[in-house]
Design a protein around this ligand. Structure first.
Ligand SMILES: [Zn+2]
Length: 395
């Protein structure tokens, strides 16, 4: 008998896929820009019900409804305005070019966003690139590489299987796809017998979210969360030989490199032990999450009682989730972001205005809440250069 409440893991097909955590009524899109405060506050909401697969370690939102999401050009999740992130992307591009000998080669990027990374790969290695993304917007700075790059404003799918390439990369996209196996199987089919085609995938690292408690990374747009053990399993079971996984960017990102080929689908001892650890972390996650949110409620209550002028720095997913989860947020009217395409817009769900760092010269905040500790140094430097004397708290 089929149990209607039973869920099936989309990665390994196991029925040991059970809900362990709920976060209801969250904005459907953290990364859509709202020019009007009212519209931002009244944005569409959806439920997050995370299930964990104890067979492969996959975590997914079983309440996810893909029909609610329509990625358009108003979707803006570029991180490339931060020098820290730019350095990371640049050194990643250099490393991939060296490791995979990417000189004068054909490269595909699936989910290329606004195209920054693909342009880097093409410029640095004199490569030719094709980028797929429905949110791509032609940018004037891409004019200079237009003989080397093509951008297709669409999702990558099997209809593009004719685009042959030596290297395929896909950053921060797989976690948005409810059936990741479909993308991986299509990709493997498209590669066919070109066995030298290397692939590189980067996703948010579920270990950072569910072990290290980077809880503000849980968003509706991410229907999938991958720990290394599960990501490797997903590729191995779709005809890839995984060569390497690594945790990067202060363990916030998980990277995988693979080539087409057979690999052992059985977990090795290390993977079995990693899966056991993750299973334990998932069991305690709900209470650790509640404690962290509660501690922040208390802090914000104190800040409000002291009438401290407070801004949040970082209007990406973390900032949006943080503000939406906390009830005592009224002390916070503004959120700073380096991305000029976000400035002047409003935060989904809560309606804070997104401002440029320069705004702080007049506003003179007493406290700056840093959403991502990875940017702490550059934020401290920038605000010191402006002569601000605010306190800082990493969220
Ligand atoms: Zn599974």
């Amino acid at each position: 008998m089929n149990n209607p409440s039973q869920h099936i893991c989309p990665v390994c097909g196991s029925s040991h896929f059970e809900i362990f955590f709920e976060m209801l009524e969250m904005p459907i899109f953290c990364n859509v820009l709202w020019p009007e405060k009212k519209d931002a506050q009244n944005c569409d909401k959806g439920d997050i019900k995370l299930a964990f697969c104890s067979s492969c370690g996959f975590i997914g939102n079983v309440a996810f409804d893909p029909s609610l999401l329509d990625y358009t050009q108003a979707y803006e999740n570029s991180l490339d305005f931060s020098p820290r992130f730019q350095n990371y992307s640049q050194s990643l591009a250099e490393r991939l070019i060296e490791t995979h000998n990417l000189q004068n080669q054909d490269i595909i990027e699936i989910g290329c966003g606004k195209g920054e990374f693909l342009v880097s790969l093409c410029e640095l290695g004199n490569n030719r690139g094709v980028g797929f993304d429905p949110t791509y917007v032609p940018l004037p700075e891409h004019e200079k590489v237009k003989d080397k790059t093509t951008f297709i404003q669409d999702y990558y799918s099997d209809k593009y299987a004719d685009y042959a390439s030596d290297f395929i990369c896909c950053r921060h996209t797989l976690e948005h796809i409810p059936q990741p196996n479909t993308l991986l199987a299509n990709l493997r089919k498209a590669i066919g017998n070109r066995h030298n085609t290397a692939i590189f995938f980067e996703v948010p690292n579920a270990l950072d979210t569910f072990q290290n408690m980077a809880i503000w990374d849980i968003i509706y747009e991410h229907c999938c969360y991958f720990a290394p053990v599960c990501l490797s399993h997903a590729f191995a079971s779709n005809g890839f030989q995984v060569q390497k996984t690594s945790e990067e960017f202060r363990n916030q990102f998980l990277c995988l490199e693979a080539v087409p080929g057979e690999s052992n689908r059985e977990m090795d001892e290390q993977q079995i032990s990693d899966l056991q650890q993750l299973t334990q972390d998932i069991q305690t996650f709900g209470s650790r999450f509640a404690n962290k949110v509660e501690a922040w409620q208390t802090k914000l209550e104190y800040i409000t009682s002291q009438d401290q002028r407070t801004v949040v720095w970082g209007a990406g997913s973390k900032g949006v989730t943080f503000l939406n989860l906390l009830k005592n947020r009224n002390q916070i009217e503004f959120i700073v972001d380096l991305n000029p395409r976000k400035q002047g817009m409003y935060v989904a769900g809560t309606g804070q205005r997104i401002v440029a760092p320069d705004f702080l010269r007049d506003y003179q905040p007493e406290l700056i809440l840093i959403m991502n500790p990875v940017y702490e140094e550059e934020i401290r430097q920038m605000t010191a250069d402006m002569g601000l004397s605010a306190e800082f708290l990493c969220v």
